[in-house]
Ligand binder design. Sequence first.
Ligand SMILES: [Zn+2]
Length: 322
Amino acid sequence: MRIHEQREPLGSERATARAPAAAGHQARQFAAARLSPAEILEVQRTAGNRTAVAVQRAADPAATPEQVTRDLERLRALQENEDLDPQLRAVLAEVIAAADSVVRWNPAIPTSGHAHPSYSDDGVRNGFLVAYQGATEDEAQRLGNLVHELTHIAVYLGLDRSFVNYRHPDQAAVQDSLPAEQDGMEARQGRLMVGAANEVLIENLQELERLLPPDGGLRSDEQGAAQQVREKLRYGLMTPHKEYDTVLNQILTWTNLWGSDRRTPFYRRLVELATQARERRQGPQSLRTGNRVTRAGRRIAAQARRLWERVRSHFPRRGERT
Ligand SMILES: [Zn+2]
């Protein structure tokens, strides 16, 4: 998906020096030098994407609206809060790091939200655009939605640069056949999707729905919390390959901010699944689909094989690959 961005001129007088610590010093130097967009691109090529994003942020305070700064600070405070679930805190550390890659925020979306890669005019990915429900007064809703959108970025960065929530079992072969992400994100997702993996994710979400405590345990002062969680789980069921990790992290954020009972089977399973998902994003683990081979799984595996054969026929063989 191609996104054209309107940028404010860089090099504002009010330039602030809020930059990720890793690239902070260099970023401030570049920002002080008031670089042009073309020069920023050069920074990206020579000093890396992280530094380039930090430079843009430092040079362009409008890129990070006040509300976003406040919400990210709040996430940082929650991440340091030892009373909260350590698994949520690990997720928060991950999404706070993902926020470093956001070059443009829209914190004024009334419902829903989204996260997309952002590309420079010559097609180089220069970060992400994120829209979320920043104007919502209810903190659990607002931060839950922010964590959801940032989880999309964590998935993109941790896995196959496609927003799919797991690795393809034959990743190396499929990777070679993927279209460029800028124009072919949907096609990439189609090729990386695995029927058997989706089935596992669907079963997990359905299990959580069955475990939902019908009366209380989620939030003492509000009816309808179980319904809200149920609707979110069902949202995940519609496109589990894209919305599984996001939905788990969002519900994990809600339940912690609500002060939900952490001893219920529902909560314990939620934490287990969110932890597995995080480990998949951050490590080499692939989703265990068991020995069950479903018809959908077989069909998709056959498609991937045919695709690989086609790609391979264009190249000289360097040893057999299975
Ligand atoms: Zn989403």
